[in-house]
Design a protein around this ligand. Structure first.
Ligand code: COA
Length: 162
């Protein structure tokens, strides 16, 4: 039988427990999840693309069916190169819906074979966003309950001035 592969794209600046929740649960449904970090030049990121790849690869170093990759340009072109047609996205609250619907339809308009699968983020993490975490750390707070330890350490190095 053909291997089922889903691409989970995003900026992951930084990677959070909300993202982890989607990946862990979806990796029980698909044979392989590819966490694909967008090299998005229009977003002003705290971590460079290389740093994000390094951090997320470290988090999944023991996971056989979760791979970390990066992409530039159109998501649909990248998806096709991978050899799948499936995009995985997390949905936190109803406010995510409009943006996600727009993206899913835009991707489908470029390539009708592309399918977007939505997974509802566990309600424990529904309020988390990468910006919120950056704000907490910048203001000297702790985010150990929101992000993996390596993410918190690296964020503190970047954002907390001594
Ligand atoms: N848990 C916690 N936070 C989550 C989350 C989850 N499960 N899912 C999304 N988020 C948050 C992120 O933390 C991020 O927060 P922020 O706005 O504070 O930074 C926000 O939701 C959106 O981030 P993300 O899911 O990474 O999406 P994005 O909008 O940054 O990236 C791409 C979307 C990269 C997939 C999209 O822009 C893309 O495909 N780009 C390629 C170019 C292209 O093909 N364009 C046409 C697309 S229609």
């Amino acid at each position: 039988m053909k291997e089922t592969i889903a691409v989970y794209p995003g900026s992951f600046d930084p990677f959070t427990f909300g993202h982890l929740n989607i990946i862990e649960r979806s990796s029980k449904i698909f044979d392989k999840i590819i966490v694909s970090i967008a090299h998005n030049t229009s977003k002003n990121t705290v971590f460079s693309i290389d740093e994000r790849v390094e951090i997320i690869s470290e988090i999944f170093k023991e996971s056989e069916n979760i791979k970390v990759d990066r992409f530039e340009g159109l998501l649909v072109d990248y998806i096709r190169k991978i050899g799948t047609n499936t995009v995985l996205r997390g949905m936190r609250t109803v406010s995510d819906f409009e943006y996600e619907l727009q993206m899913a339809n835009a991707n489908k308009s470029i390539d009708p074979e592309i399918e977007t699968i939505f997974m509802v983020t566990d309600s424990r993490f529904s309020y988390i966003s990468s910006s919120l975490i950056k704000e907490i750390i910048t203001l000297g707070g702790s985010a150990g309950h929101l992000v993996p330890e390596i993410v918190e350490t690296k964020l503190k190095e970047k954002l907390q001035t001594k």
